[in-house]
Design a protein around this ligand. Structure first.
Ligand SMILES: [Zn+2]
Ligand SMILES: [Zn+2]
Length: 203
C-alpha cells in the first residue's frame, strides 16, 4: 500500500513538472531569437497571405522580405517594381513594430501596383487606402522609433582665401561660391570672386 502511494506521488510530481514546464517551452526569449539577416520566410508567408486576401495575386507571388543590416534611421524600405520590402533589424527590439512596418511598406507596393504606372504621391490617397486594406488605417507617414539618425559625412572642405574660414560640405558646391562673411564685409553682401571658396580635400 505504501509503495503504491509513493509511485502515485512520483507520477504526480513528474506530470506536474511537465505541465509546469510546458507553457514555457514554445516561447523563446527575445535574446534567444537568431539575429537573421537576408530573406525571412515567415514574414514572406505572412505578406503572401495579406496580399492574397486583398486580391493581389501577382504581389503574393513575387513578394520578398529582407532584413537589411545597413538601414539605420530608416525603419523599412519598399522597392518597386521588385515587390521587395527591406526591414531594419532593430525593429525587432520594439513590440509590434516588425508587422507594422512590414504592412506600411507593403502598402507602398500595393499602391504602386494598383496605380498602373500612373505617378502617385508616396504617402498619398492610394497608399492610405492600401493601409486601410491591410488593417493599419491610422498608420503614420513617418515612424517615431528612436532609431539612430544618419549623419551624412561631410566629405568636402572649402577655405576662404581671404579670411581663412573653412566650411565642410556633404556635397560639392554646384557653382562658384564665395565666403559670405567677406562678401558682406567688403562688397555689400554681393558675390565677389576674390572671396571664392577653394576646395581643400576630396572624399
Ligand atoms: Zn512610407
Ligand atoms: Zn572670408
Amino acid at each position: 500500500m505504501a509503495g503504491r502511494t509513493a509511485l502515485r506521488q512520483m507520477m504526480f510530481t513528474f506530470l506536474d513538472a511537465i505541465s509546469a514546464h510546458m507553457p514555457m517551452s514554445p516561447k523563446p526569449t527575445p535574446a534567444a531569437k537568431p539575429q537573421i539577416l537576408g530573406r525571412d520566410d515567415i514574414l514572406e508567408a505572412q505578406s503572401r497571405d495579406w496580399l492574397s486576401a486583398i486580391g493581389l495575386k501577382e504581389g503574393a507571388q513575387k513578394v520578398q522580405v529582407v532584413w537589411n543590416g545597413k538601414l539605420r534611421s530608416t525603419a523599412g524600405y519598399a522597392r518597386w517594381p521588385q515587390w521587395l520590402v527591406e526591414l531594419n533589424p532593430r525593429l525587432r527590439e520594439y513590440d509590434g513594430q516588425v508587422e507594422r512596418t512590414l504592412k506600411h511598406e507593403l502598402a507602398h507596393l500595393v499602391a504602386y501596383s494598383r496605380s498602373n504606372r500612373r505617378r502617385i504621391e508616396p504617402h498619398g490617397v492610394e497608399w492610405r487606402q492600401a493601409c486601410i486594406d491591410l488593417g493599419i488605417p491610422d498608420e503614420n507617414v513617418r515612424h517615431t522609433l528612436p532609431l539612430p539618425r544618419t549623419r551624412q559625412q561631410r566629405k568636402f572642405a572649402y577655405k576662404c582665401g581671404h579670411c581663412g574660414i573653412t566650411v565642410e560640405r556633404v556635397r560639392k558646391f554646384r557653382r562658384y561660391s564665395a565666403c559670405l562673411t567677406c562678401c558682406r564685409k567688403h562688397n555689400e553682401g554681393r558675390y565677389d570672386a576674390r572671396f571664392q571658396f577653394v576646395l581643400l580635400k576630396k572624399g
